[in-house]
Design a protein around this ligand. Structure first.
Ligand code: NAD
Ligand code: GLY
Length: 370
């Protein structure tokens, strides 16, 4: 299936996340930071842009240029997953209080998933909730973290352990920002794109297999299609289950393993998307053990992950016991029972506690002793 066959083009697209009074648009296109009319989502006289020291020099001025009639304050955070914590959240809240932002203020997240998750949580908690806008600048944030209202900071003992479900007013995706994204970060974002193919969209999985080269070249049409398709998949799941009472948990394929890796490395080792890639393969291995996937299915998944230059093995310093110790703290644990997202086929996921613990230990031991 080529992109032309699918009738894809790089025009501006709009997707609605359907959540009743909390519904909002996702706008996807080239030049959105300069042309999307960000001001329409800023109702009061003040706004606070949160970004980081890498992204602000690249894109902050374009955002500010659109908000000349507002008082816009800024918080520029240090760059890195290790700064996604309560101390840095406090910098945002302190700025809001010091600059006397009231309940009509709007927070604007300009950056990747770290900035987006932290800004969203600041918006959820400041004066019990103020509006916020997501302007995601990484592939991962454009296809996943900016959509759906999961906001959080990490704790030394566990990833995203402190947070809230809190939806933005709008998600503005400027695909041009991907031009400055380092290759490793681009590939990390592809892990979450592959995830949608695995959990709910076999046709998309096949399309990804057929378009690795074009995507790796960052062809604008191919990327636009992958971003739009990912957002459509995510919006559908989020609209069905905003606060993860059920089906939304499939979006966490590979995350229980991946979060264990990130926490073990204290958020300074594998990138989130890389850890998820390793975790998705572990979930596929366990699904093979239970007979749901074939060895050839797992081979295809591994090949696609590797084709996007993503890791397929856990960090060499981790043992099976390290995984088990951290996985029991996962947010999907209910009444002390670990639940995992497993695959019934490529394109169908299930959230289940119905797997053998010995099987889990077996695949972890195999992955860690190579
Ligand atoms: P990130 O936010 O750390 O960004 C990755 C790197 O790219 C950073 O160094 C950043 O400064 C840089 N960067 C961002 N945009 C750039 C650009 N356009 N040009 C050049 N450099 C740029 O990481 P991420 O992968 O975007 O997000 C990962 C985070 O997202 C994790 O904390 C994860 O837990 C979270 N997440 C949340 C959800 C959710 O639903 N809320 C979903 C998935 C992931
Ligand atoms: N990334 C998982 C979710 O949004 O639910």
């Amino acid at each position: 299936m080529s992109i032309a066959d699918q009738g894809v083009s790089n025009q501006t697209k709009s997707i609605r996340v359907d959540l009743g009074e909390r519904s909002y648009p996702i706008t996807i296109g080239s030049g959105q930071i300069s042309h999307a009319d960000i001001g329409q989502y800023v109702q009061g006289k003040k706004a606070l842009v949160v970004s980081n020291e890498t992204i602000a020099p690249l894109y902050l001025q374009s955002v500010l240029a659109q908000l000349k009639d507002k008082q816009v304050d800024q918080v520029i955070l240090k760059d890195g997953e290790q700064y996604k914590n309560l101390d840095n959240l406090n910098l945002i809240l302190t700025q809001l209080i010091e600059q006397q932002h009231d309940r009509k203020t709007t927070l604007i997240a300009l950056g990747g998933g770290v900035v987006g998750d932290m800004t969203g949580f600041a918006a959820a908690s400041y004066q019990r909730g103020v509006p916020f806008i997501q302007i995601p600048t990484t592939l991962l944030a454009q296809v996943d973290s900016s959509v759906g209202g999961k906001t959080a900071v990490n704790h030394a003992l566990g990833k995203n352990m402190i947070g809230a479900f809190y939806q933005p007013q709008a998600v503005i995706i400027d695909t041009d920002t991907l031009a400055t994204l380092p290759d490793r970060e681009f590939c990390a974002g592809m892990a979450e794109v592959i995830k949608y193919g695995l959990i709910s969209d076999y046709d998309f999985f096949q399309w990804l297999e057929a378009n690795v080269e074009t995507l790796m070249q960052r062809d604008p049409d191919a990327l636009g299609y992958a971003i739009e398709h990912s957002c459509l998949n995510k919006a559908k799941v989020v609209s069905a289950d905003e606060t993860e009472q059920g089906v939304r948990a499939i979006l966490n394929l590979g995350h229980t393993f991946g979060h264990a890796i990130e926490t073990f490395q204290q958020y300074t080792g594998l990138l989130h998307g890389e850890a998820v890639a390793v975790g998705m393969l572990m979930a596929a291995d366990l699904s093979l053990l239970s007979g749901a996937l074939s060895a050839s299915d797992v081979g295809r998944i591994k090949d696609l992950i590797a084709a996007f230059c993503l890791p397929v093995e856990p960090p060499s310093e981790m043992q099976a016991d390290d995984f088990m110790a951290l996985m029991v703290r996962d947010k999907k644990v209910l009444d002390g029972q670990l639940r995992l997202v497993l695959l019934e086929s490529i394109g169908t996921a299930v959230v289940t506690a119905d797997f053998s613990l010995q099987g889990l230990e077996k695949i972890l031991t195999k992955a860690c002793h190579r």
